[in-house]
Ligand binder design. Structure first.
Ligand code: DGL
Length: 271
C-alpha cells in the first residue's frame, strides 16, 4: 500500500466536510478524495439495505481512486453499513460513532447524555449501545431531528426557522437534564451556534469529527500509512458528487476556504 495515497472520505452530502476539515487541520500533509452523494441524500430516512448498497458503491468508487483508508464521515452510514463493509474491504475503514460515543462518555459529569441524529442513526440504537458498553450506568436520550439536514443543505445556519425547529427538537433533551449532547450527524456542526445558544453554556456539545481525525491519525501511524511525500497543491484535495457539482463547490468553499478548486460529478450507480 502506498503511504502517500489519499484518504477516502464520504457522506450523503456536505456534512462530511466537517470531518474532512478536521482531517485537514490535524494532518495537513495528507491527500483527500471526498465523495458527497448529493443525488441520493438524505440517507437518514432510508432503510439499512439501501444505505448499505449506497455505501458499497461509494467504497468501490473510492477504491478506483487508489485510497489507502476510508472514513465514513456520515453517522447514518456508520450505523447501518460500517460493520459489514469493514469486513469486505481490504483497506482500513472507520466511522464516526465510536469516536463520538467515547468523547461523550468522557465529557459527561452527571451521566446523562443526549444524542441528536437522523432517524436511522437514532433508531439503530448504536450510540446508546456503544456508550453503555463503555459505561453501563450512563443514561442516553436519543432524539431524531430529520429537518436539520435539509435546513443545513439549504444553508439556513442562522435563521428563525432553524431556531424554531431546533427548540422543539431540543426540548426533550432539556427536560431530561442532559449535560452533554452528541452532534450525531455530520451536518449538525454547521448549526452548532444555534444548538449552543438553545442548550446553554453548561451543556457540552460533542462533535465526533475531532476524535475521528485523531483516531485516523493513530490508525495511519499504527499501519505505517502516514504520508511522507509532498502533495501537489492542485491535486491534494479532490471532490466528487453524484449531482449538482457547482452547488456543492459553492457550499464547500464556504466551509473550506481555498481548498475546493472544482467538484466533479460522477455516475455512482455505475459502481
Ligand atoms: N450527514 C449524515 C449523517 O451524519 C446524514 C445526513 C442524511 O443524509 O440524512 O448522518
Amino acid at each position: 500500500m502506498d503511504r502517500n495515497a489519499p484518504i477516502g472520505v464520504f457522506d450523503s452530502g456536505v456534512g462530511g466536510l466537517t470531518v474532512a476539515r478536521e482531517i485537514m487541520r490535524r494532518m495537513p500533509g495528507e491527500r483527500i478524495v471526498y465523495f458527497g452523494d448529493t443525488a441520493r441524500l438524505p440517507y437518514g430516512s432510508k432503510s439499512q439495505d439501501t444505505v448499505l448498497r449506497y455505501s458499497r458503491q461509494i467504497i468501490r468508487f473510492l477504491m478506483t481512486r487508489q485510497v489507502k483508508a476510508i472514513v465514513i464521515a456520515c453517522n447514518t452510514a456508520s450505523a447501518y453499513a460500517l460493520k459489514t463493509v469493514e469486513q469486505e474491504t481490504e483497506i482500513p475503514v472507520i466511522g464516526v460513532i465510536r469516536a463520538g460515543a467515547r468523547t461523550a462518555v468522557q465529557a459527561t459529569r452527571n451521566g446523562k447524555i443526549g444524542v441528536i441524529g437522523t432517524e436511522a442513526t437514532i433508531n439503530s440504537g448504536l450510540y446508546t449501545d456503544t456508550m453503555k458498553e463503555m459505561r453501563p450506568d450512563i443514561q442516553v436520550t436519543g432524539k431524531a431531528c430529520p429537518l436539520f439536514v435539509p435546513l443545513v443543505e439549504e444553508g439556513l445556519f442562522h435563521d428563525s426557522v432553524t431556531d424554531e425547529i431546533a427548540s422543539r427538537y431540543l426540548a426533550e433533551l432539556k427536560s431530561r437534564f442532559v449535560d452533554t449532547v452528541v452532534l450525531g450527524c455530520t451536518h449538525y456542526p454547521l448549526i452548532r451556534s444555534t444548538l449552543r445558544r438553545l442548550m446553554g453554556e453548561d451543556v457540552t456539545l460533542v462533535n465526533p469529527a475531532y476524535e475521528t481525525a485523531a483516531e485516523l491519525e493513530e490508525l495511519l501511524e499504527r499501519k505505517g500509512l502516514t504520508c511522507t511525500g509532498e502533495a501537489d497543491p492542485e491535486e491534494k484535495y479532490r471532490f466528487y458528487v453524484s449531482d449538482l457539482a457547482e452547488k456543492f463547490t459553492a457550499f464547500a468553499t464556504s466551509i473550506l476556504p481555498d481548498q475546493v478548486k472544482e467538484t466533479k460529478k460522477i455516475n455512482i450507480e455505475e459502481y
